[in-house]
Design a protein around this ligand. Sequence first.
Ligand code: SF4
Length: 653
Amino acid sequence: MWYNRFHWRKGDVRQDRRESKKMENTRIDELLRAAEPLIELAIAEDIGPGDATSEATLPADGFLQGRIVAKETGVLAGLPVAKALFHRVEPALEFVAHATDGQEVVPGELVAEVSGPARGLLAAERTALNFLQRLSGIATLTRSFVDAVACSAAGVLDTRKTPPGYRVLDKYAVRVGGGQNHRMALYDMVLIKDNHVDAAGGILPAVELARAAHPELSIEVEVRTLDELRQALELDPPLDRILLDNMSPEQMREAVLLASDRVPLEASGGVTLDRAAEIAATGVDYLSVGALTHSVKALDLSMKIAKPGVRPDKTDPEARIASAKATLGKRLVILGHHYQRDEVLGFADFRGDSLKLARDASETTAEFIVLCGVHFMAETAAILARPGQHVLSPDPSAGCYLADSATPESVQGAWEHLPADEYTPITYVNSSARLKAFCGQHGGIVCTSGNAERAIRWALAQRPRVFFFPDQHLGRNTARRLGIAVEEMVLWDTRRPPDAEAIRRAKVILWPGACNVHQRFRPQQVQVLRQRLPGVRVVVHPECPMEVVDLADDVGSTAHIIAQVEAAPPGASWAIGTEARLVQRLQANHPRQQIMSLANVPPFCRTMSQITVQNLANLLDALVVDGRIANQVTVDAETARWARVALDRMLAL
Ligand code: SF4
């Protein structure tokens, strides 16, 4: 598992990482030990003396392959338990995981394959899925809470509200989702609640009694009012934590001021997903969420069984991709974006950012360009493609949160409010082909995160003001580097456009779009990291919020970040604010450097995850086996012509 900021301490990060890995292995052993009696119970309950249906209908030597597939988006947890259950029911079953605990999956994504004796596979299927679905449901809900409070330094805690026997499993799933465990049970921590306070005659005597009886345990006290909080804060030595029971956000804010960092505060009671961000913003240190384990909605996963008697192709789908590549030779080129999955990138002929990929492909003679990235990237490749080149996407529905935030209609609507002779439109390359064409038609330009500064300078040389879309953060960060004050920038509000005076005074108008990955980094993450790891170099992408960029040591495009790490000496220490897969790859490629994500739950690009080896193999099968072009991404000639105008202006910078 990735780093958890509350378990960090100063020192050698690689040592921390080794210890963290060791600790996680120990926790998996602990998980499997706790799962063992539950597995036995589940088998006794569900299979008992035998699976009557399978034994009646399947031959004793029958062989089956099952594929566990995600049917909704969520976070996986419990794969080791599912594997153990299959083996317990039928030791000859082979379980191959195609994902890991903690990974976000999207509908249709292959999670694991299980193959072997047919009767054993079908007998184990339901109970294995029951474990996997429950634990993944907990991890998914936890991740939603963790995401909701990402704007703060608050941690998300579980409770003891777990079904009998499931405590260790459920708490494991909470950690996998990015949450933290509160006490395991009544024996490992003292939590003095209102009943204990009343029985002992007050907070002070209750704490004294607990300290005398259990000096080795940490002590938390629940308070219902600010007066009780004051009493709890007077204790010397200070308490380990104070629980604020059912307080309003105003009371919590007051409590945070009163505690002034002397004792960590935990908000409890009525912590729902809707309220989580508001509660975290009060400054409390933890949010305690019983729902994580008591109101679990199982993640929808299912097992699809291959036809009886068909032996699985063990090398599928990788073998299908390799075979298609061999068959098509130079007629095919596969492009992989930096944020793509490793297993997909392994097949890429070119890696890079969207513009580099499109240019690389157009310089080849390939007839088929398969873009393993999101939709706007495939469009860019289609715009730059040469006649006769076809651009295909393994999943054309893989969009981009940022690009989708600015539709051509909404941008056109805003443009109509602006004096056209005053504003130059600039679109970030992460936008639709139609917006690029819009810029071409209106004397504007495209930019990348690497050349945005030059593009804004160029735009201001054409007309006195700039209309920048769709990424507000890239626009704001870049304009500030050029000396333009934040006060000279206007954030467009699509519901209430700024008045004519504000438009006339603005130097830069920013579209209110943001990347779903980079907007999740927070200044608190930089502050926490600097405290824990003095000397760490923080480098972030310019799609991150201004407050994060201000605290970073360096800011730059993906290519810039990679170049910085590649040029650094062994022992360099990095906290990187960009997509998780790229950071993981940098870690793997530079084991002698200390590299980590800036976020304790590193953000993945979910839409990029929609590209899998399965849909890549299917796309290539359509070409090679069926002789048909599937999932072609096209841009009409007029749009492509104007988009090229804007791109050519950028390339000429
Ligand atoms: S990382 Fe951000 S900008 Fe890139 S594809 Fe994903 S959501 Fe879009």
